[in-house]
Ligand binder design. Structure first.
Ligand code: SF4
Length: 424
């Protein structure tokens, strides 16, 4: 401070803010913003986060934050896609939507959501339903652990009065509700100023703020949550969070962002640098392996063997034709025999019924459905399976099946339900 004690910085601040606001008004959207008129998000321009272990802690510029909220909320009010859960932000409906939207795109979710809500319109209805029926209604959405957790959480809520908790912290105590889902429910259904960070939000923030480095790293994630908390609009947190997510899924796309249609391009560091796709930097992908699985489709006196997978793990709680993975150069017949033997059933492999390709997180799988004739043994659930049943052809699709297994069941039905076993 000068010797005369005058605080010039404090005097200058209102003038600087006025100048920035004026620059904002005059800045034409979607055009290159001259250096002198740019609105920087960070007061100290301290970038990046996530590089090495050094995390900068810059504060966000208030004018920039206000303009971001204004522009995003106005855009969202005018351009949001109509979805069934936005018409009625009842906590239960928001919860179901947010769980379905994890890993699945909005357009895919809508018909499943409507069907699910029609069958399970309340927490109580979901809690009272058998898990198998819930899985049946989830079929096609994949990632069935979400449905199992949803069902368990509904039972806990029903036992405690039937109301969803209103805060993110208490929501997180429920099965299957992580930080993202808790923040979404608390902000959208209960108007709490809680942040959300998912893949879309990460991408949008990385570009707006030019965040470099591995944003999946723990320290970077922590900083992203802090930034999202600073940004969320305290008056309209639900709309703001949805606006950022909507921007990420419809405009700020991973490979081809539509910057010309973006309501916040005048605030976007990546756009102003002319490098909108340079961030976020991609982390190394988990290598996927190729493998071959065989499902034994075992026929015994007009019925087929289905087995239910144990509740935890991939496809937990779903039924399938017993399945095994090929080891080295094993023949498909041997793998089919091994698949049935898991349940104590001996078979004579007959012919391939169908072959299809599908993928899970870490593997690309070629799945063969191999028709087999029953030889001996009662089906005893062990190991990967906790139940088994001999099922008539027209009842196969009544069981909750994973998508690839359902395709095998359809292939079987197309063959009239009964394959010829003449070759045995
Ligand atoms: S200007 Fe482009 S890169 Fe920046 S937020 Fe908008 S769409 Fe994304």
């Amino acid at each position: 401070m000068p010797a005369d004690g005058t605080d010039y910085t404090a005097q200058m601040e209102p003038l600087l803010e006025q100048a920035r606001a004026e620059a904002m008004r005059q800045t034409p959207r979607h055009l290159f913003v001259p250096e002198s008129h740019r609105l920087y998000a960070y007061i100290d321009h301290a970038l990046p986060i996530g590089e090495g272990q050094t995390i900068s802690q810059p504060s966000l510029d208030e004018v920039w934050v206000r303009e971001l909220r204004r522009a995003l909320l106005a855009w969202f009010a005018a351009h949001q896609r109509p979805t069934p859960w936005r018409n009625n932000p009842d906590p239960y409906r928001v919860w179901v939507a947010e769980v379905m939207l994890q890993q699945t795109q909005t357009a895919t979710v809508v018909p499943y959501y409507e069907r699910f809500l029609e069958r399970f319109p309340t927490v109580q209805a979901l809690a009272d339903a058998p898990l198998e029926e819930v899985l049946r209604y989830w079929e096609g959405l994949g990632y069935y652990a979400r449905a199992r957790s949803l069902h368990r959480a509904a039972q806990q809520i029903a036992q405690n009065g039937g109301q969803l908790p209103a805060t993110a912290d208490r929501l997180r105590e429920l099965p299957g509700i992580g930080a993202y889902t808790a923040g979404a429910i608390a902000s959208i259904a209960f108007g709490q100023p809680t942040p959300v960070v998912d893949g879309n939000v990460t991408r949008v923030l990385a570009r707006l703020l030019w965040l470099k480095g591995d944003l999946k790293a723990h320290a970077a994630q922590k900083r992203l949550w802090q930034l999202a908390e600073e940004l969320v609009d305290p008056q309209q947190p639900g709309a703001f969070n949805q606006a950022v997510m909507e921007l990420g899924s419809t405009v700020c796309l991973p490979k081809q962002p539509r910057c010309g249609a973006c309501p916040v391009s005048h605030l976007c560091a990546a756009y102003q640098r002319g490098q909108p796709t340079a961030v976020p930097e991609l982390s190394r992908r988990v290598a996927t392996q190729a493998r071959v699985d065989v499902s034994a489709i075992v026929l015994r006196e007009g019925r087929y063997l289905l087995a239910r997978r144990a509740p935890d793990g991939l496809w937990g709680g779903l039924w399938e034709f017993p399945r095994a993975t090929r080891d080295g150069r094993e023949s498909l017949e041997t793998v089919a025999e091994r698949a049935a033997a898991q349940l104590g059933v001996q078979v004579q492999p007959v012919q391939t019924l169908a072959s299809l390709q599908h993928a899970v997180t870490t593997a690309r799988i070629r799945l063969y459905g191999y028709l087999c004739a029953w030889r001996a043994g009662e089906a005893q659930p062990t190991g990967a399976y906790d139940a088994a049943a001999w099922v008539a052809p027209d009842a196969l699709t009544d069981y909750p099946l994973s998508a690839p297994q359902r395709r095998l069941a359809h292939a079987l039905t197309q063959h009239g339900g009964q394959m010829s076993l003449q070759q045995v």
